[in-house]
Ligand binder design. Structure first.
Ligand SMILES: Cc1cc2nc3c(=O)[nH]c(=O)nc-3n(C[C@H](O)[C@H](O)[C@H](O)COP(=O)(O)OP(=O)(O)OC[C@H]3O[C@@H](n4cnc5c(N)ncnc54)[C@H](O)[C@@H]3O)c2cc1C
Length: 149
């Protein structure tokens, strides 16, 4: 979640943040009437009256399926470009003399675009723009990723 949203939530009096709580059930007859929430630390469950639910999805990068050992940040997002230079394990892997290109991941010729990329803007327009950049580079065979500059 973006920091500006966290800040707004923290100063909004009618929002209560309940840590470690997971929505497990929704109940109602024709319409929502109550929800069941579970405390994942204690396992205790509680029914709470509710007539609406907002589900906020999309906060996990879901990069576990990639077998390639790409450098990720502590949350699992793929690091790209000059940000990679901060990682010790990157320096051991990267064999080229040149630095990684903008949006290039820790294996030459593999790029990350959109939300999956560490430091992404998390906006539709930027994801589309980054995808277009990578697509353009690959169709033009530029940059020649396997070569040193
Ligand atoms: C609740 C919410 C509200 C938002 N509101 C706005 C907004 O108002 N304006 C705005 O600009 N941005 C908004 N965003 C951000 C915007 O949705 C993202 O920045 C944008 O969708 C990123 O695009 P993407 O292509 O990188 O990723 P995604 O849109 O997440 O696309 C990734 C795709 O890959 C698929 N996928 C994942 N794993 C695999 C796999 N193993 N195999 C095959 N497919 C896979 C997923 O199913 C998904 O379809 C919002 C995001 C959220 C979560």
């Amino acid at each position: 979640m973006s920091q500006y949203l966290i800040d707004q939530i923290n100063v909004t009096n009618n929002i209560k943040v309940c840590g470690y709580m997971v929505l497990t059930e929704m109940h109602g007859d024709g319409r929502l009437e109550k929800i069941t929430v579970e405390n994942i630390k204690t396992g205790s469950k509680e029914n709470v009256p509710a007539d609406s639910v907002f589900i906020f999805i999309g906060a996990k990068p879901c990069t576990d399926w990639m077998e390639l050992n790409l450098v990720r940040n502590d949350k699992g997002y793929l690091e790209t470009g000059r940000e990679l230079l901060r990682y010790e394990n990157f320096k051991k892997k990267w064999k080229l003399e040149r630095e990684p290109f903008l949006l290039e991941a820790s294996i030459p010729g593999i790029f990350a675009a959109g939300d999956v990329r560490a430091g992404a803007m998390n906006r539709i327009a930027s994801a589309v723009g980054e995808g277009a950049m990578v697509s353009k580079w690959s169709t033009n065979s530029w940059p020649n990723c396997s070569q040193n500059r």
